[in-house]
Design a protein around this ligand. Sequence first.
Ligand code: HEM
Length: 317
Amino acid sequence: MHDEGQRSKAADPAPLPPELAEAVTAWVSQSLAETRPAELVERVVSERRESIALDVQALAQRIRAEVDVEVRHREASTPAPRAHIESERHFVRFSLNVRLQHIVLFSSCIILILTGLPIKFHETAWAEFMFGLLGGIENSAIVHRVGAVGLMSVAAYHMVYLAFFAEGRRNFLGLLPGPKDLRDLVQMLQYFLGRSTEKPRFDRFSYVEKFDYWAVYWGIVVMVGSGCLLWFENITLSYMPKYMLDIAKEAHSDEALLATLAIIIWHFYNVHFNPRKFPMNRVWITGKLSEEEMLEEHPLEYEHLMREEGERRRGSA
Ligand code: HEM
């Protein structure tokens, strides 16, 4: 996402006028010089001049994009020529590699849920119906194992992706939880309760997305671990006492229900049922976010990208 080549560009932002960068650095020096030694301020500010200009440029680009979005909204009902508005840019959020992993992951999970839950609730009419659809309990158990192989394969591939792809390592670092996530959660709750007028400003991954990601790790460890013990029952019993198998069965059964509810309540709300996303967030198909979505959902990341873009443009000038 951070590579220029990965971003589909419709319009290049104009560079920051040099007078503005000068004015900002002059303003910083002036306001600091009142309280700090002038020659020190001058030296530090001149060292930071470039960086200040880039920050201002990133901010200016964000403001310009926000204005464009607002104008687009206002003019949505009037098909007047809109040549003065920069055509909308898009930002690649999920590469093809990530999208394919996601497709294999959710296909396997759907198969596992549809063939697993009927075993748990075997006395119900809908379980009978599901077994009937697949031609009986034996077939259903085979399909469950096919789903399990899909899940284990994508989990193993994901480890390779994290270790050997620069994008995987970057995404992993971005997904690590930090103190800002806790602060964002508190601010979001305050916003929902009407005690704050501002929502938290998210970087590449919000606490909601991080929770989604780490919940899958936990789920896979428990489901694959207990599922393998159940699958290879004879081997399990030759190394472990019977009660271990009973524990595995209980863990598998309960975690299956928890995972299904987490997917339906947490994940589906965030990407499907949320009125802003309904009927679905299309990133899993297109891999892209519009500029408006970036500004709304990942404003800090947007500013970082604009800053990087400014740096690149200066480097190549
Ligand atoms: C999202 C992932 C999964 C879900 C939702 C799921 C769900 C379930 C459920 C609800 C049961 C019935 C448990 C009971 O008797 O109450 C079950 C059974 C079973 N699961 Fe899974 N499971 C998942 C992943 C796996 C994996 C990864 C494996 C293998 C590595 C696996 C292997 C088995 C086996 C062997 C059984 C015993 C029933 C049979 O022989 O078909 N499951 N699963």
